[in-house]
Design a protein. Structure first.
Length: 280
């Protein structure tokens, strides 16, 4: 059986849904193949991601629509094909194939498709993937690159490399009170270098990364405290807090699935929220 998966617009998470579907069929003991159609950078990245998923057959390179039409695909297992928005899925598929549309809003099943999966929803519902902090998280390295940041000290924990929440330090803060910073996990805090008390409070609040803005070197008090808190990454950028937030805002939530943690999470969410029988 072949499943063609296409978005109703860009950035609705088609590759994410393909990965989740592959995991769900794998859990049923099915042989699964993943195909990425396209020629741009996004298609190349998706194909590379598909190739690294366990128990899935996939090429590390995408194929063109023309190549796909001449590719022999076995009907013994499950083939999941990611189709770009600018390609007519009806011309690639046959009558018995399943066509699934991915959307970030509730909608009726359009003509020519067999079902709709809603992604990035704020509320649960039938065949709906709810917005998830792990899936929308961003690699710390990507954020530091986007803000041209210089790392002063890296975390000693290699697993602390994903940011789920961005926080801007308040105007005033009691360094002895870390409750403000303990509200969220896997967080990055933006604050000016001269806000010494705030930075000290952030270090006491299990913070993944503190990004100092404005370009000024941190206080010796911060450096001293850093040696006692090796799990927090400390970095500095020349951008102001507002400028750094704009840079981060342009990349947060749009980074593609590229880690084992995210792959595991979407597989679990898909299994819990999507009824594959609706698309059979």
């Amino acid at each position: 059986m072949k499943y063609f998966v296409q978005g109703n617009k860009n950035r609705v998470g088609v590759s994410t849904i393909c990965i989740g579907m592959a995991g769900a069929f794998n859990a049923q003991g099915k042989d699964v193949s993943l195909f990425g159609i396209g020629s741009d950078e996004a298609a190349e990245h998706d194909a590379q991601t598909f190739a690294h998923i366990d128990n899935v057959t996939a090429s590390s390179e995408p194929i063109s629509a023309e190549q796909f039409t001449t590719t022999e695909i076995s009907n013994d297992g499950i083939s999941i094909i990611e189709v770009p928005q600018d390609i007519d899925v009806q011309q690639l598929s046959q009558v018995d194939d399943r066509k699934i549309l991915v959307s970030d809003m509730a909608m009726e099943i359009p003509a020519g498709f067999d079902g709709v999966i809603r992604n990035h929803s704020l509320k649960p519902g039938p065949n709906t993937i709810v917005e998830n902090s792990i899936l929308s998280s961003t690699d710390l390295g990507v954020i530091l690159d986007a803000t041209d940041a210089r790392v002063i000290s890296s975390s000693s924990d290699a697993n602390r490399d994903v940011i789920e929440t961005i926080m801007i330090g308040p105007i005033s803060h009691d360094a002895t009170d870390s409750s403000y910073f303990n509200k969220f996990q896997n967080k990055l805090i933006l604050t000016r270098s001269e806000k010494v008390d705030l930075v000290l409070g952030a270090m006491a609040g299990d913070t993944t990364c503190i990004l100092l803005t404005g370009g000024n070197e941190p206080s010796p008090y911060i450096i001293d405290r850093l040696f006692g808190n090796p799990e927090t990454t400390l970095a500095i950028t020349n951008y102001t807090t507002n400028e750094a937030m704009e840079k981060i805002g342009s990349i947060v939530g749009v980074q593609q699935i590229n880690s084992e943690k995210k792959i595991t999470e979407i597989t679990k969410l898909f299994h819990e929220a999507i009824d594959l029988k609706d698309f059979s």
